[in-house]
Design a protein around this ligand. Structure first.
Ligand code: SF4
Length: 123
């Protein structure tokens, strides 16, 4: 049976606990180093199904600013970040943009929307 250890830094809070996950044949056998249950959950997800919220900016036409900050409405699979960034870079929206506006539905086929995180009034 193959045993593997993965060292992670928990990103669920600023303490940044160093966590070691022991895997045996791909199954999680032990999680050590976390100071709370959120770290255990983070570590298990990270080694089996890693996800991230993506934050970036989208170009704005005729706005008081050239770009608007955006984020994915929920987490997306980590291995889709490249595709999501490609879609984000391909889009331009027209001002005004309001915080919470859905700028793209189903970004990169993830089923997750891309939303604005600030207002950009028309110029
Ligand atoms: S394990 Fe708990 S205390 Fe440690 S960084 Fe993660 S969330 Fe914070």
């Amino acid at each position: 049976m193959s045993e593997e250890k993965r060292n992670l830094t928990c990103i669920r809070c600023p303490m940044g606990c160093q966590i070691t996950v022991t895997l045996e044949s791909g199954e999680v056998r032990a999680v050590e180093g976390n100071s709370c249950p959120r770290g255990d959950e983070y570590a298990r997800n990270e080694v089996t199904h890693p996800v991230r919220t993506v934050t970036s900016t989208v170009r704005v036409r005729k706005g008081s600013l050239p770009v608007v900050s955006v984020k994915t409405q929920t987490d997306i699979p980590k291995d889709r970040i490249f595709d999501v960034m490609r879609d984000i870079n391909s889009v331009t929206v027209t001002a005004p943009v309001h915080i919470g506006d859905v700028l793209m539905e189903n970004i990169a086929g993830t089923g997750v929307a891309l939303v604005a995180t600030r207002d950009v009034p028309a110029a």
